[in-house]
Write a protein that binds this ligand. Structure first.
Ligand code: NDP
Length: 564
C-alpha cells in the first residue's frame, strides 16, 4: 500500500514538474486536510506557483518522512483545524515529528502557513497556528505572515497565495487569473462546471424518517438526483448542501430590526439583494458571529465581560441555545442600518454530509443520512438550518443546491479482497452503507464487519432490513450492535470492540482497514482508546507497542476517520 502511494506521488510529482514553465524557485507545499478543502487549495497554489516560475510540488503532510528535509528550502503549509483544535488526521504524524528532537533545525527553510478554520470554534485555526509557531521555533524563517481563514476562506486564501508567492518569487504584484475556489480540473478546462462556487440545483427525490415512532431522534434518509449535473462522486465523499434560512425566523429578525425586508443590502460577492432575500439565502442568522457579538456587547455588560480574556468557556456556555434573534430582542436600544446589520453577519456556509450511497448501486443519485436538529431554548423552538431545510423546506418546486466534496482520506481499499472493519454509531453509519453497496456492486470478496450503535433497537436501528439482508446473504460478514439505552448500563460500540478484541486483532493481522465515522468529541476518542486496548490485549503488546501498531495503521492508510 505504502509503495503504491509512493509510486502514485512520484508520478504526480513528475507530471506536475513537466508542466512547469520556468523552474527557478523550489517550493514544497504540504497539506493537512480532513475534508479535502486544504488539499484542493494546495493544488490551486501549486498551479499558480508554477505560473510564477516555481519548481513546486505538493505532498500530503503524512508523507513528511519521505522528504529529504536538508534539501528543502521553501515550504508552504496549508492546513485545516479539526475537532477540538486538533490537527487533521493526515497532519498529526507530521506534527508529532515536528515536536521530536529528531528535528534538529529547520533554519535553512523559508516558510509560510495558510490556516483554515471556523471562527465559531474556540480554537480557531489552532492547527495552522501551532505549525507556524513551531516552524519558527525550529529556526525557519517566516517569509509571509500566517493567514487565518474562516469558513468563507476563498478571498483570504487567494490574497495569501498572491502575496506569499509574491515574496517567494520577489514579484511585486503577481498576475493571477486562478480562481481559488474552482477545482484544478475546472481551471484546466477553462470551464467551471457545477462545483462549490456553482452548486447544482438538485431535485430531492426521497425524504423519509429512519427513526421509528417514539425515538428521541429524528434521523432521515434523503435521496437527491444528480441527473444532468455531470457531478461524480466516490463512496467516502461528502455532499455539500447550501441551505436557506427558515422564513419565520427571517420574519422575526426583520421585525426585531424594524425593517420591511425590501431594503437593498450589499452581498459578500459584490452584488445587491433585498434584505429579506439576503437574510434567507446569504447570511447566517442563527449563530451569532464574533462581529455581531462585539456589537451587542457595546450595550450588554454581561456579554462584554464574557468576551474578555480567559472567559471562552463561560461565553460558550452562555451562548448555548442563544441565537442572533435572542440578542436582537434583548438589546432593543441597538440600532443598525440594513447594510450595517448584514456587514456583521457571517455568510451562510454550506454544510457537508457523508454520502450514504454508492454511485455504482444508485447511478445518478446521492443519498444522505441526517439527524434533524430541533430543540427548545430560552422559550423558542430552534431548528438546525440545513437539516430542517432538507427535512421541511425543500418542496417539489424547489431545489437543493449541492456540490461534491471529495474526501481522499476516506476510501475503500483498492483491493476488494481486503477485509474492512467499520465503526459507525448514529449517523456515522452513512459512509458504511455506501461502502457496503460499493463492495457489493464491485463483487468485492473481502470481509465486511460493521459496528453500529444507537439509543434503542426498536426505534433507532437505521437501515435494519437492508443490513440484516446483507448479513443473511453473507455480504455483511459481521454485524455488531450496541443499543445504549436498551438496558440499565450504557453499552457503546467500544464495549463491543472490547468484547471482541481477539477478532479485531485477527482481522487487523489479516490486513483489515479500520474505519470510524460519527461523533468526534467523545465517540471517536473512546473508539481510538478501545482500538489501542484491543491491540494491546489480543496482540499481547505493551501500550507503547500497541501505539506504534496504530501509528503504522495510520501511515499505511489502514486507519481512516470521518468524524464531526
Ligand atoms: P450520537 O453519536 O449522538 O449517538 C449514537 C450512539 O452513540 C448513541 O447510542 C449514543 O448513546 C452513543 N454514544 C454516546 N456517547 C458515546 C461515546 N462516548 N462512545 C460511543 N458511543 C457513544 O449520534 P448522532 O448521529 O445523532 O450524532 C453524531 C454526531 O453528530 C454528534 O456529535 C452530534 O452532536 C452531531 N450532530 C450534529 C448535527 C449538526 O447539525 N451539526 C446534527 C445531529 C448530530 P447515548 O445517546 O445513549 O449516550
Amino acid at each position: 500500500m505504502a509503495g503504491l502511494l509512493a509510486g502514485r506521488m512520484e508520478r504526480e510529482i513528475a507530471s506536475e514538474k513537466s508542466n512547469s514553465i520556468k523552474a527557478t524557485v523550489p517550493l514544497l507545499i504540504l497539506f493537512g486536510s480532513q475534508t479535502g478543502t486544504s488539499e484542493k487549495l494546495a493544488r490551486d497554489i501549486l498551479k499558480q506557483s508554477k505560473v510564477q516560475g516555481c519548481d513546486s510540488r505538493v505532498l500530503d503532510a503524512s508523507a513528511f518522512a519521505t522528504i529529504d528535509w536538508k534539501k528543502e528550502t521553501n515550504l508552504f503549509v496549508v492546513t485545516s483545524t479539526y475537532g477540538d483544535g486538533d490537527m487533521p488526521d493526515n497532519a498529526q504524524p507530521f506534527w508529532d515529528w515536528l515536536q521530536t528532537e529528531a528535528v534538529n533545525s529547520l533554519a535553512h527553510i523559508r516558510f509560510s502557513v495558510l490556516a483554515l478554520g471556523d471562527t465559531n470554534y474556540e480554537h480557531f485555526c489552532a492547527a495552522g497556528k501551532k505549525i507556524d509557531a513551531r516552524l519558527e521555533q525550529l529556526g525557519a524563517t517566516r517569509i509571509h505572515p500566517l493567514a487565518e481563514c474562516d469558513v468563507d476562506y476563498e478571498a483570504k486564501a487567494k490574497s495569501w497565495m498572491i502575496s506569499a508567492l509574491g515574496v517567494l518569487t520577489s514579484a511585486t504584484e503577481p498576475e493571477t487569473s486562478l480562481s481559488i475556489s474552482a477545482t484544478a480540473a475546472e481551471v484546466e478546462s477553462g470551464v467551471e462546471k457545477y462545483s462549490k462556487t456553482n452548486p447544482f440545483p438538485a431535485r430531492l427525490l426521497t425524504n423519509h424518517k429512519l427513526s421509528g415512532e417514539g425515538s428521541a431522534k429524528e434521523t432521515r434518509h434523503f435521496e437527491i438526483s444528480l441527473e444532468g449535473s455531470g457531478l461524480a462522486y466516490e463512496a467516502g465523499d461528502a455532499l455539500g448542501v447550501y441551505p436557506t434560512n427558515c422564513d419565520a425566523l427571517v420574519a422575526d429578525v426583520l421585525h426585531a430590526l424594524g425593517f420591511d425586508g425590501e431594503e437593498a443590502v450589499p452581498t459578500p460577492s459584490g452584488g445587491e439583494l433585498p434584505l429579506r432575500k439576503a437574510l434567507t439565502t446569504t447570511f447566517d442568522i442563527t449563530k451569532p458571529s464574533p462581529d455581531f457579538l462585539k456589537k451587542i456587547a457595546e450595550r450588554n455588560s454581561t456579554l462584554r465581560e464574557l468576551l474578555g480574556p480567559g472567559r471562552a468557556e463561560d461565553l460558550r456556555k452562555w451562548l448555548w441555545g442563544r441565537e442572533v434573534i435572542d440578542l436582537l430582542i434583548t438589546e432593543t436600544e441597538l440600532h443598525f442600518s440594513p447594510g450595517e446589520f448584514v456587514s456583521i453577519l457571517k455568510r451562510l456556509a454550506p454544510r457537508l454530509y457523508s454520502i450514504s450511497s454508492s454511485p455504482k448501486a444508485h447511478a445518478g443519485q446521492v443519498h444522505a443520512t441526517i439527524s434533524v436538529v430541533r430543540y427548545d431554548s430560552h422559550g423558542r423552538g430552534r431548528k438546525g438550518v440545513a437539516s430542517t431545510f432538507l427535512a421541511d423546506r425543500v418542496g417539489e418546486e424547489s431545489h437543493v443546491p449541492v456540490f461534491i466534496q471529495p474526501s481522499h482520506g476516506f476510501r475503500l481499499p483498492a483491493n476488494g479482497d481486503t477485509p474492512i472493519i467499520m465503526v459507525g454509531p448514529g449517523t456515522g453509519i452513512a459512509p458504511f452503507r455506501a461502502f457496503l453497496h460499493e463492495r457489493r456492486s464491485m463483487g468485492a470478496k473481502g470481509g465486511n464487519w460493521l459496528l453500529f450503535g444507537e439509543q434503542r433497537a426498536a426505534t433507532d436501528f437505521y437501515y435494519r432490513e437492508e443490513l440484516e439482508k446483507m448479513r443473511a446473504d453473507g455480504h455483511l460478514t459481521k454485524l455488531s450492535t450496541a443499543f445504549s439505552r436498551d438496558q440499565q448500563e450504557k453499552i457503546y460500540v467500544q464495549h463491543r470492540m472490547a468484547e471482541q478484541a481477539a477478532e479485531i486483532w485477527a482481522w487487523l493481522q489479516d490486513g483489515a482497514h479500520f474505519y470510524v465515522c460519527g461523533d468526534a468529541s467523545r465517540m471517536a476518542k473512546d473508539v481510538d482508546a478501545a482500538l489501542h486496548s484491543a491491540i494491546a490485549t489480543a496482540g499481547n503488546l505493551t501500550g507503547e507497542k500497541a501505539a506504534e501498531y496504530v501509528t503504522r495503521l495510520k501511515s499505511e492508510k489502514r486507519y481512516q476517520r470521518d468524524v464531526y
